[in-house]
Design a protein around this ligand. Sequence first.
Ligand SMILES: *Cc1c(COP(=O)(O)O)cnc(C)c1O
Length: 386
Amino acid sequence: MIPYGRQDITQADIDAVVAVLQSDFLTQGPQVPEFEKRVAHHVGANHAIAVNSATSALHIACLALGLGPGDYLWTTPITFVASANCGLYCGAQVDFVDIDPKTYTLCPLALARKLELAEREGRLPKVLVPVHMCGQPCDMQAIHELALRYGFKVIEDASHAIGGKYNNHPIGSGRYSDITVFSFHPVKIITTAEGGMALTNDADLAARMSLLRSHGITRDPQAMTHAADGPWYYQQVDLGFNYRMTELQAALGVSQMNRLDDYVARRHELAVRYDQLLADLPVKTPWQHADGYSGWHLYVIRLQLDKIAPSHRQVFDSLREQGIGVNLHYIPVHTQPYYARLGFQPEAYPESQRFYAEAISLPLFHTMTEAQQDQVVVALARALKV
Ligand SMILES: *Cc1c(COP(=O)(O)O)cnc(C)c1O
C-alpha cells in the first residue's frame, strides 16, 4: 500500500534521539529550548512554546487569549476536529464559517457576512481559528483586517503549513495573527512522533502559554505573588496542565528541522507533477493562490462527478483495492455526532458538504518516488473508468 503520508527518519534523527537517551535529561533539558529556538528563528517569530501536540497548543493558545464561558470561537468545518474542540475545552461555544470553494480554506467573504450579523446580534467571536488547509495559506490579510475591525483574536492552525509562506513571510511569523500553531504528528511535514508548538510575537502571551504548559507553576521570582520560602520553592499561579514535550521528541524535531526546506521543496515538485499528470482526468486539481507558498501537507483532488460513471465511494474503494492508501480530509466537523448533538445542521455549510462529497487525498510525502506517483495516477485513471 502506498500511504497518503509518511514520515522520513534518517540515521541522523536516530543518532540525535539515542544521544538524548544516553544523556542526563529525558525531559526538561536543553533540547526543548533548542527546538523552540530553531523553529522560531526559521519562521521569524519572537517566542515559541513546544508542547506534546498541536491540540495542546491550540488549547493553551485559546486560554492565553482569555477564551472562556460566554465566548465564541469560530473555525472552518473542513479541518481536523481539534481546531474546534479547543474552544469547547475552554467552556466557549464553537461556530463555523464555510469554506471558499476554490481554496478549501475559511472564506473571508462568508466570514465578513457572518461577522456583520453577529455584531447586530451581539455574538461576535473572541477567537477565530483559520486553518491553512493542505498547507495553502488562508487569506490572512483579509482575516487580519476583519480582526482589527471587529476586535477578535486570530490563532492560525498551521498544522499543515510549516515551511510555507504567505506574502513572502514564513507561516508562523505572526504578521497577521496573535498565535500560530504547528503539529509534528508523523503524517505532517516534520515530526516529533507526537508534538506541537505555539508561536507568538507577544511576550505576555508566550509567558502565559509557558505557564499553562506546565501546571501553571513558576520558579521565576518575578512571576511569583510573594517571595519564595527558600531555594526549593515554586508557586502555582494558574491552573495549567502537563503538556510538555520530551527531550527525545525535541531532539528529533531539531534534527528534522535541518531538512524542512528540502521536504517542502520536494512536496512542491510532486504537487506540480501531479497537476501535470492529472490534467486530462475528470478531477479538479488543487488551485493555488499566487500570494501563498504551500507547505503541501496534502494533495486533495475533487472528482467531477457529473463527468464520471462511478460514485465518489466507488472511486475511493477502487483506489484502496489497487493499493493506493487514499484518505479523505476532512469529514466536516459540524456533522460529527458530537457536534450534531450541539445542534449543528449538516446543510448549514453547503460548500463544505460539496467538498466532502467530492474530495480524495492522494498520497504525498517527501520520500515518494516518481514511479509511486505514476502508479497512483494509473490507479486513479482506472478507478475513474475513463
Ligand atoms: C493534525 C492536526 C491537528 C492536531 O494535531 P496533533 O498534533 O495531532 O494534536 C490540528 N489541526 C489540524 C488542521 C491538523 O491537521
